[in-house]
Design a protein. Structure first.
Length: 420
């Protein structure tokens, strides 16, 4: 009976061996084990992905943050500034200057206007000396031509200058045609003026002008920092009225710019409002979008280069790992590991490297945005989509970089690997 059972067992077909399985938990464990075996190499491999993803997050975050600041500053400026230009000669070649003598008073009576004044670049009369500016009547320093701008006192108030010394000339100086001037700190340095305590004078076309104030900065019309400013009435007395090129600067209450722009030409010249063109500042959105678009394209290109470098680093390291672990791969294949499992193992390792690099890069990029915003006293702006997408970019970079090494690993033949 016993021999019969043994014979039956010997002649029975062998029990088939089941297919090997590789669950995701095992896949992740193998990937982490492969990274931790060589932590220094893994850290250096992730560096490219960290830089690429960090640059990606920082660029988009800083661009969004800066854009919000540009919007807020331009919106305030556009809501409070109007420029009126003299276009009388375009309408009638025989027309005189469009701005009347009391232009400032007429516009300042409009609702919503805070300050207003006319300004133009002075041109010397025929036969008069060139308008060079010197610190002495003869042989003075700074004897090169400088822009001399005739500006009403209201123009200076509308420009909102920041004085470093002295004071602005006012309506009294204008009404009495005083020979006074306001200059920028840069021009003062060129002329050798360091203090106003000695009541220094400069010479414009040989005419002496007392310097009453030195300006460091202005909120509007920054080109005046490159010019010597004199009262408009004094300029008319010395060099005549402007033939063309005069304009008016108007500072308004918040939100009143467009209303004032529509009323100013009629208030100035009710007989010929077409001689004047009111120009509220352009909408900053187009400027902001072009600036931010250029910045995004430039820095995203740099981020893309970093990601490519990171992908090459991951691919190189993974390929080296395949070559170093040929025996291990052959043993796994001999024990029943299928080719797709070997492929999945090395893809998981490269993907994990990329994912960790993406997480670290996202954290560093966000930190960079916060630090810059803190230093500049801005409100940081970060889109949640960017924070969610950035680690996935790192993961995708790692997976793509690991495709070739994983295919190389899956093609290893067990017999050749074990024989080597």
């Amino acid at each position: 009976m016993l021999s019969r059972n043994r014979k039956a067992r010997d002649t029975a077909p062998p029990t088939p061996i089941g297919h090997s399985t590789f669950v995701p938990r095992d896949l992740l464990a193998e990937a982490l084990a492969g990274m931790l075996q060589r932590p220094a190499r893994s850290a250096l491999t992730m560096l490219g992905t960290v830089l690429g993803v960090g640059a990606f997050v920082a660029v988009l975050g800083l661009t969004a943050t800066a854009s919000s600041q540009i919007d807020s500053r331009f919106n305030v400026l556009s809501a409070t500034e109007v420029t009126v230009e003299d276009i009388a000669r375009d309408q009638d070649e025989f027309a005189d200057a469009a701005f009347p003598d009391d232009a400032s008073d007429r516009v300042e009576r409009l609702n919503g206007v805070r300050h207003a004044g006319v300004l133009w670049t002075v041109q010397p009369r025929y036969g008069t000396a060139e308008l060079t500016v010197t610190a002495a009547p003869v042989g003075g320093t700074g004897g090169e031509p400088l822009n001399v701008v005739a500006a009403a006192p209201g123009t200076l108030r509308a420009a909102e200058p920041r004085l470093s010394q002295g004071r602005l000339y006012d309506d009294f100086h204008s009404d009495t045609r005083q020979r006074v001037t306001v200059i920028s700190s840069g021009i003062a340095a060129r002329l050798g003026i360091t203090t106003l305590e000695t009541q220094p004078a400069i010479f414009i076309g040989g005419q002496p002008f007392t310097v009453t104030g030195i300006v460091d900065d202005v909120q509007r019309q920054p080109d005046v920092l490159l010019s010597v400013l004199v009262p408009h009435t004094t300029a008319v007395e010395l060099w005549g009225r402007p033939a063309q090129g005069a304009r008016m600067l108007i500072a308004t209450d918040l939100g009143a710019a467009r209303q004032v722009a529509g009323e100013a030409p009629t208030a100035l010249r009710p007989d010929h409002p077409e001689y004047l063109k009111a120009v509220p500042p352009p909408d900053p959105k187009s400027l902001r979008s072009s600036v931010t678009s250029d910045l995004e394209q430039l820095f995203l290109l740099l981020a893309g280069v970093c990601l490519v470098i990171g992908a090459v680093g991951i691919a190189n390291t993974t390929l080296v790992a395949v070559l170093e672990r040929t025996g291990e791969i052959g043993l796994r294949r001999a024990l029943g590991a299928q080719r797709r499992y070997v492929t999945a193992q090395f893809l998981a390792e490269s993907g994990t490297l990329g994912a960790f690099g993406g997480l670290i890069g996202t954290a560093l990029g966000t930190l960079a945005v916060l630090v810059v915003a803190l230093i500049r006293e801005w409100t940081p702006v970060m889109h949640p989509v960017i924070l969610a997408t950035a680690p996935l970019i790192g993961l995708a970079t790692g997976v793509v970089a690991g495709i070739y090494p994983a295919r190389r690993a899956s093609s290893v033949q067990p017999a050749e690997a074990l024989r080597g």
